[in-house]
Design a protein around this ligand. Structure first.
Ligand code: ZN
Length: 501
């Protein structure tokens, strides 16, 4: 017998999902094709739709329906029961934020994004500062409205990585930063540095684009349910669950691996979003279980697979078709070594695996200090530059290459950065098990065959959507808690052999 209340719930959630997908489409357009003067009205449109989505989702009718259903969870079939409990969690949480607050925040985000673009182009933090000050105040108010124990930062993390706390992250990151800094120092001091003489050439953007599209297709990204475009800050946007999942990339004439990395990275995110079960479409279950888990998917493809020697044994001939003159005498080993070169770099999205988490820890510490009231927005450029020197041993020449480089703060994403580092840890834990379950994985990669890997990820991670939390998935796969051991095993193994440590 069909449950009428569940049907009513699914219908309502479907409508809300439609509005949210439309917001996502507007955001995608804003960052890809919208002309510059469209910014102000786009901010209003997004604010209006966000308010509508929020009102629909927090309506008392939906609340009554959810509470009624949750009173008899044990009578529901397991799919419906998890849908009710996850939606009720979101509903209760969203109701803590008043409509006016949500509308004002969305409007401020739109303006802040436009200001950030100009500030970054001119490398003038002052243009962005008043917007960021307002956004930080919004975050503090948000934390109070949501409620928290310990640090106000905990209220914000919960949106991205449920169950994680500032206190636990401080512990994990303290350990990470120490071990990674040591590794970076050993690698940078090693006499065995990669040969990059062949690398310093012009790389046609059209050819880079064609190569990236080929790799995407091989990974299993469904181009009938997605597309790739250019954007200043690459991202993945899901417009309709699995049926319209778009990615973006940016091209650099001096570095063909920059575009490839972002294409494969966003492709990894998109594969997750294309992998939910049809029965979950248009519900909150058709979503990555956490940002850290999402990032584990992108990082696994980007770093573990597309920065491996077997990958280049397969793809060098393909890349050589795109760049016959530049790659005439280059070997897979040279590409592998060049692509895994380690340097003390300024830009997070271009950072290598060895330095990456240090970029995250710097941002995490600044965010915590802002939220806990230990740092003023006006002092960000200075503290940023001090920390870059401390962690990465590098001088920051200007704010565009420093505190203005990331889009996140203009979109009021506080608490998001730590999930990038967690993604690395989850990916390494998963990969350890993948090598056990698929012993000939590297042979498949060397053939350009990613089907066994994708099926494994679909089965162990993607199909669950939000049914299981990130730690639960990691425990189920590995029998262990989320941690950093597998990550260091992977990192030290790879870079130890690359740099002869
Ligand atoms: Zn990502």
């Amino acid at each position: 017998m069909k449950n009428k209340q569940i049907e009513a719930l699914r219908e309502r959630l479907g409508e809300i999902s439609d509005v949210r997908s439309t917001i996502s489409l507007l955001h995608w357009d804003q960052q890809t094709y919208m002309p510059p003067k469209g910014g102000a009205s786009r901010a209003r449109q997004q604010a209006t739709l966000s308010t509508i989505a929020h009102q629909m989702f927090t309506s008392p009718e939906l609340g009554t329906l959810l509470h009624r259903l949750s009173d008899s969870l044990e009578k529901l079939d397991p799919d419906d029961a998890v849908l009710v409990s996850e939606t009720l969690y979101d509903h209760d949480r969203a109701r803590k934020l008043p409509d006016g607050f949500v509308r004002d925040l969305a409007e401020e985000e739109g303006k802040a994004f436009e200001a950030w673009k100009e500030a970054r182009a001119k490398s003038e933090f002052g243009l962005f500062r008043p917007h960021l000050e307002r956004l930080v105040e919004f975050q503090k108010r948000k934390a109070e409205l949501l409620g928290f124990e310990g640090s106000p930062y905990n209220a914000l993390i919960e949106d991205y990585e449920r169950g994680m706390t500032a206190e636990r992250l401080k512990g994990i990151f303290g350990d990470l930063s120490r071990r990674q800094s040591e590794l970076v120092n050993r690698v940078v001091d090693s006499p065995r540095q990669p040969d990059l003489t062949w690398f310093d050439q012009e790389w046609d953007e059209g050819a880079q684009w064609r190569f990236g599209m080929r790799v995407l297709k091989d990974m299993g990204y469904d181009l009938e349910a997605g597309r790739q475009d250019k954007a200043l800050h690459p991202f993945t946007a899901s417009m309709a669950d699995v049926e319209d999942v778009r990615i973006t990339t940016r091209l650099d004439r001096r570095d063909p691996f920059s575009a490839l990395s972002s294409t494969v990275h966003e492709g990894g995110h998109a594969l997750y979003d294309q992998g939910y079960q049809p029965k979950d479409w248009r519900t909150p279950l058709a979503r990555g279980t956490s940002m850290g888990m999402h990032e584990s998917q992108s990082r696994l493809w980007e770093n573990t697979i597309a920065r491996s020697l077997p990958f280049w044994k397969h793809y060098l001939p393909v890349l050589r078709d795109c760049f016959p003159a530049q790659l005439e005498r280059v070997t897979p080993e040279q590409i592998y070594r060049a692509q895994n070169r380690v340097k003390r770099s300024l830009i997070r999205v271009e950072a290598d695996e060895c330095t990456y988490n240090l970029h995250i820890i710097l941002r995490f510490e600044i965010e915590i200090a802002l939220l806990e009231g230990d740092l003023k927005v006006a002092d960000i450029p200075e503290i940023w530059n001090v920390k870059m020197k401390k962690y990465l041993g590098i001088e920051v020449p200007d704010d565009a290459h420093g505190c203005l480089q990331d889009v996140h703060w203009s979109s009021a994403c506080f608490g998001y950065f730590p999930t990038y580092a967690l993604g690395n840890l989850y990916a390494a834990q998963m990969f350890e098990k993948i090598l056990v379950d698929i012993p000939d994985l590297w042979d498949h990669v060397e053939q350009g065959n990613f089907r066994p890997l994708l099926s494994w990820l679909r089965d162990k991670v993607h199909r669950h959507g939000r049914r299981r939390r990130a730690p639960e998935i990691i425990r189920e796969i590995t029998g262990k808690e989320p941690g950093s051991e597998a990550y260091f095993w992977y990192l030290e193994g790879k870079y130890g052999s690359l740099y002869g440590l």
